[in-house]
Write a protein that binds this ligand. Structure first.
Ligand code: VGL
Ligand code: ZN
Length: 216
């Protein structure tokens, strides 16, 4: 069923990390990542027309970020390491502040966004979620933004479903919001069972799923 946007429901669209480095040819390209762009743009138009909110998230790492395999001698991308805050996957250098890879996909209708939330800018902590960094306690400020603007239903789409989208949706449920994921407007990295794990975690915490293309 296509979700009906309700002007009284406090609806917010959160488009996660639709950036060049997660799309074709990018440093951490998500398989078929570009496919989310036209769907995300349709959603932007729908949410705009309904008077709902629109937030973009942007992965935004300083050069030499601690999540980059390149700064861990003897380690390779996708290895796991122990950080003071817990286990952390190492990634190829990606979304470095000021680089083309960190920019939004050129076709994304970014002008429509009310706000851009940057995350992962602290050198020592990675941040998948748009609400809390990977230590689980350092806030990005998005919870307060959503509360102040009265958003209650948070609709997610973007990249990657099994990392930044799922962590964001789960954290939003923990913060008392109602998360709904547009499953066809996301793509996963899907490595070492990460997609199945993310789906199980999202289901357990009550994340709902809908489709951007239903009824079309
Ligand atoms: C992401 C890995 C590292 C994501 C960001 O946007 O899903 N994944 N940084
Ligand atoms: Zn990142």
């Amino acid at each position: 069923m296509r979700t009906t946007l309700d002007p009284e429901a406090g609806d917010l669209l959160v488009l996660v990390d639709i950036q060049n480095d997660f799309c074709g040819g990018g440093a951490l390209a998500v398989p078929d990542g570009d496919a989310v762009v036209p769907l995300a743009n349709d959603l932007i138009r729908r949410f705009k027309a309904a008077g709902a909110g629109i937030v973009l998230t942007q992965d935004w790492h300083p050069a030499g970020h601690s999540s980059f395999a390149s700064v861990h001698p003897g380690r390779a991308p996708y290895d796991m390491v122990g950080m003071p805050y817990g286990p952390q996957t190492l990634w190829p250098d990606h979304c470095v502040q000021g680089t083309a890879g960190a920019e939004f996909h050129p076709d994304l209708l970014t002008l429509a966004a009310d706000m851009v939330v940057r995350k992962g800018f602290r050198p020592a902590i990675d941040s998948y979620s748009a609400f809390f960094e990977n230590d689980g306690i350092t806030p990005t400020g998005l919870t307060g933004y959503c509360r102040e603007r009265g958003f209650r239903r948070l609709f997610f789409a973007g990249l990657a479903l099994d990392y930044c989208v799922s962590y964001s949706a789960e954290d939003s449920a923990r913060c008392g919001f109602q998360p709904i994921v547009f499953e066809d407007a996301c793509r996963p990295i899907d490595m070492n069972g990460s997609l199945d794990l993310a789906l199980a975690r999202m289901n357990a915490i009550g994340v709902q799923f809908t489709r951007a293309t239903c009824g079309k």
